[in-house]
Structure formats: C-alpha cells, structure tokens
Design a protein around this ligand. Structure first.
Ligand code: PSV
Ligand code: MN
Ligand code: MN
Length: 399
C-alpha cells in the first residue's frame, strides 16, 4: 500500500468508529453549579429530571454521539418508586435518548460527616449501603447497566480513625452491593486523591479501586475520572494498565488545572486526552463490544451549559479521531527499531492533524449538521427554554 492509500484506509476505518462512538452526558451538568463560594444561576436551566433529559436530547440531536444520560440519585429522584423511574426511562426514549449509569450519592447527608460506608458507626454504614442497594433497584427499573460508586469517605487528621478498619468496612459494603447486582449489571468504582477528605481518602487511587474490584469479581470495574489525580500523573499509563487487566469499566471525563476542577474535557490539556484515547484504542477500548462507558462528569459554572456539553462531546470526538489516525504499523516499526524520534513523530503527526473536516464529513454522512455548535445556536432551543422555564426551582448541584 502506498502512503496515501494507507492513510485513506485509516481514515475510512476511523470514520466507522467515530460514527458509532457514544459519550454519556451527566444529568447534573445541565443544572446550576458553582464552587463553594457561589453558584451562578442561569436562565432556562431545567427544574426537573425530565427537563434535564430534554436538554440532553438536544445534545444528542446535534452531535449524534450522546445517546445516554447518567442519573445522580437523589438529585434525579422521581416520585412513584421503581415505576417512576421506569416512566422516566420511557420519557427519555420518547426524547431519543436512554438512561445510562446510576450515580450513587452518599456524600451529602449530615450522617456522613465521618464517612458513609467506612463510617465507624454501623448504623450510618447500614444507611449508606441501603442507598446503594436502592440505586440498584433503580437500575432494574431503568435498565441501566452501571452503578457508579464514588465515596467522599476519608479522614482529615492523622489518628482520626483506623485506616485499616476503614478498608475492612469498605470491602464489606462493596461485597453486599456486589451480591445484589444482576447478571447484566456492573459496579464501577471511582477513586479520587483528595477532597473532601484532606488527610486520607479511603479510595484515593486506581490501585485501591483495582484491588477491591479484583476481590469482588468481574462485575466490579475501575472508573477513571480524569480530574482525580495528582498533578503530573501519567493517566494514560493507568488506562493502559487497567485495560490490559480487563478492569477499565468507565471514564468520567473532564479537565483540571489544579484540583477537581470539572471543566470541559479537552479544554485544559487536549494532548493528554489524545494520549489517553490512544491507549484506549491500543487496548481495544474503541471496539464496539469493549464495555467501557465513556462519560462526562463536568459542571458548567460560568459558561452556557448545553453548548458547553456539545463542545465537550466534540472534544472527545476530536481526540478519538486523532488517536485513530495514528499509523500503528509505522509506530510499531519505529518502536522495534528503537527509533525514538520516529516513534514520537508518528504520534505527533496524528496529534497535529486537523481532524475537524473529517468529523464534519462523519456528521454529514450521518445526516447531521456538520457544525453542532452553530446548529444548536440556530435551533432556537436556548431562547425557548429561557422563555418557558420560569417559576419552580432550578436543578442545581447538591439540590
Ligand atoms: C466526585 O468528585 C465526582 O467526580 C463523583 O463522580 C461524583 O458523583 C461527581 O463528582 C459529582 O459531580
Ligand atoms: Mn466523577
Ligand atoms: Mn470529581
């Protein structure tokens, strides 16, 4: 094959992957959010889970790549028990999307001041596990596959609690929830270096998450939130390792400059996102049956929310397209020969390719507007929600 024919073949293959790529958007990104200093309310923000789904449906309509929406319980609590959630799932489908992962929330209750599943008080632990089991009931009703577990648990001061006992309590809670999962359900265990605990977090890193998942079984997988590492961490190495071990279950994509900033994915460091997606590709994670959930976990505090989510989806698409354009044969040859500069050059050639025209073609071939941001702006949806969504209480992070 000549160089240009090979490039053409890679482009065709890349397009096929990009056409079926899906990125799950988080219900909470459509609501108001802020920092501990201030939440800035925006006009037209959803007041109910259904209105969040209406907005998510717009993101999918214009990108063609965001067909599922993650819930966060109790932020997305609906009346009527399991039937209420089944109705919410039906509503989502009417709008052209589906419900995705169920995110548990054991971090916003006074009882959890000293932890949830690792709390020294067994009654608090029972309450936390009860919530996690309720999330699985909701998954049964919505048809969701994944239970996302993130624990804010940890300690602020040396000596505050016994680090090893807390691991035992965590393991016990995870075992109980794991036993409740159906055959087609999974738990994805997220880790985070610090915050809100400042001295020791009970699941601070991928190794801790991985070790618990290994003991639990195949339905327990690690969730990599790209904002949850120390500065300078080589996240793509973690991705490569977990994929190799068959334990990479999900991503929570976002960008960070300093801590858990939850900014738009690909905004702070598009090169890092590219490197991560290359390892995903290398490990088979872009195959249709890889089982990896590619989710966003972001908050749009000062920028318009729906366009920011559209932009985020596009940022993931662009990084994926570049990762797919890497000439794997040339890379392998350079690596075999120990040609450091050539190998690095192969990666950089792909990274430096402007893939926007390719993605425009992909969208056109899918019958979409090649410019999702412009198409959304022209659609009038934003003006409509600003006019219609008056009264009631806007959804907000933590509300
Ligand atoms: C914690 O920082 C986290 O990343 C978890 O995924 C939570 O569920 C989410 O943020 C809330 O935005
Ligand atoms: Mn997260
Ligand atoms: Mn986070």
């Amino acid at each position: 094959m000549t160089g240009s024919t090979a490039h053409e073949a890679r482009t065709v293959a890349a397009k096929a992957v990009l056409k079926r790529q899906s990125i799950e958007t988080p219900s909470w990104a459509y609501g108001n959010s802020g920092t501990r200093f201030k939440v800035f309310a925006q006009a037209g923000v959803p007041r109910t889970p259904r209105e969040k789904l209406d907005d998510a449906a717009q993101v999918h309509a214009f990108t063609g790549a965001a067909p599922t929406v993650a819930l966060h319980i109790p932020w997305d609590r609906v009346e009527g028990g399991p039937e209420g959630y089944a109705k919410l799932a039906a509503y989502a489908e009417e709008r052209g999307v589906k419900l995705g992962a169920v995110n548990s929330n054991v971090f916003q209750d006074d009882d959890y001041k000293l932890g949830s599943v690792t709390n020294p008080d067994p009654a608090v632990r029972r309450k936390a596990v009860g919530h996690l089991l309720e999330c699985v009931d909701i998954m049964d009703a919505t048809g969701s596959r994944d239970l996302k577990l993130w624990f804010s648990d940890g300690t602020n001061y040396p000596g505050q609690d016994d680090l090893r006992d807390r691991q035992d309590r965590l393991a016990e809670a995870l075992r109980t929830v794991y036993a409740r999962l159906g055959d087609d359900q999974r738990m994805v265990l997220e880790y985070k270096l610090f915050e809100p605990a400042f001295y020791a977090t009970d699941v601070p890193d991928w190794g801790t998450s991985y070790a618990h998942c290994l003991k639990l079984g195949e339905k327990a997988q690690v969730c990599v939130d790209t904002g949850h590492h120390a500065p300078g961490t080589n996240i793509e190495f973690i991705v490569a390792f977990l994929l190799r071990e068959g334990r990479l279950g999900a991503f929570d994509f976002n960008s960070r400059f300093y801590a858990d900033d939850d900014l738009m994915v690909g905004a702070a460091d598009p090169f890092q996102l590219f490197r991560i997606l290359y390892e995903v590709r290398r490990g088979g994670g872009l195959e249709a049956d890889s089982g990896i959930a590619f989710m966003l976990d972001q908050c749009h505090n000062i920028e318009a929310k729906i366009p920011a989510i559209i932009r985020s989806v596009m940022n993931v698409q662009e990084a994926t397209a570049k990762a797919l354009l890497i000439d794997a044969e040339a890379l392998a040859a350079a690596q075999r020969e120990g040609d450091v500069l050539a190998a690095n050059g192969v990666l950089m050639d792909a990274y430096n390719t402007d893939v926007r025209p390719l993605l425009e073609e992909v969208r056109e071939e899918l019958g979409l507007d090649p410019d999702p941001m412009g198409a959304y702006r022209r659609s009038g949806w934003q003006e409509r929600i600003v006019k219609d969504r008056v009264g009631g209480v806007q959804a907000g992070w933590g509300a």
